[in-house]
Design a protein around this ligand. Structure first.
Ligand code: FES
Ligand code: FES
Length: 191
């Protein structure tokens, strides 16, 4: 049996979609390979394997990362969310539903990464983070999540099928749903 830890491998626990997974990994194992090859979480896709396409995007502590450029050992103790974990039981995440309703895909290979990225984009925007195309970065009023903003913020996620028009619409619809949910929560809190 392999030792729990050595100079080249470690036993780690990854918290993925609310479940703990114990595994021994070579220190060079990427988070992407740990997810796909070791844990059978194949919803996260491998495209370029060098940080250029976004197909492998997952959420770590609610921030989007390209899992092909992150080591599994560095993800220990963090909250990892993959496409398998974004729905609430039988209810799809609003961004998933928007991609479905608006045909935000063709072959679907880039879609898990697009959806994970979009979920983070919507939260980043709602938190007031500016992008490279935000005109007034000092404005106290949240600028709208325009198609230009969406295109810029989603520019790390490539789609070889070119489904970009529908993807932008789906992210926009997902952002609307997110805003409505936030408003409803605030109203509930005030009631
Ligand atoms: S597979 Fe990670 S960015 Fe392309
Ligand atoms: S839907 Fe085919 S790569 Fe995006």
């Amino acid at each position: 049996m392999a030792p729990a830890s050595s100079s080249t491998s470690s036993s780690i626990t990854l918290n993925i979609n609310g479940e703990k997974h114990h595994l021994s990994v070579d220190h060079r194992t990427t988070l992407l390979d740990a997810l796909r090859e070791r844990l059978d979480l194949t919803g996260t896709k491998k495209g370029c394997d060098q940080g250029q396409c976004g197909a492998c995007t997952v959420l770590v502590d609610r921030r989007r990362v390209v899992s092909c450029l992150n080591l599994a050992v560095a993800a220990e103790g963090r909250e990892i969310t993959t496409i398998e974990g974004v729905a609430e039981g039988e209810d799809l995440h609003p961004v998933q539903q928007a991609f479905l309703d608006l045909d935000g895909y063709q072959c679907g290979y880039c879609t898990p990464g697009q959806i994970c990225s979009a979920i983070a984009v919507i939260e980043e925007h709602a938190a007031g983070w500016p992008s490279a195309v935000t005109e007034d970065v000092g404005s106290p009023v949240l600028p709208p999540l325009t198609p230009d903003e969406i295109r810029e913020r989603m520019s790390g996620n490539l789609c070889r099928c070119g489904a970009y028009v529908s993807i932008v619409q789906a992210v926009s619809r997902g952002a609307e749903a997110h805003g409505e949910a936030r408003t409803a929560t605030a109203e509930e809190a005030a009631a």
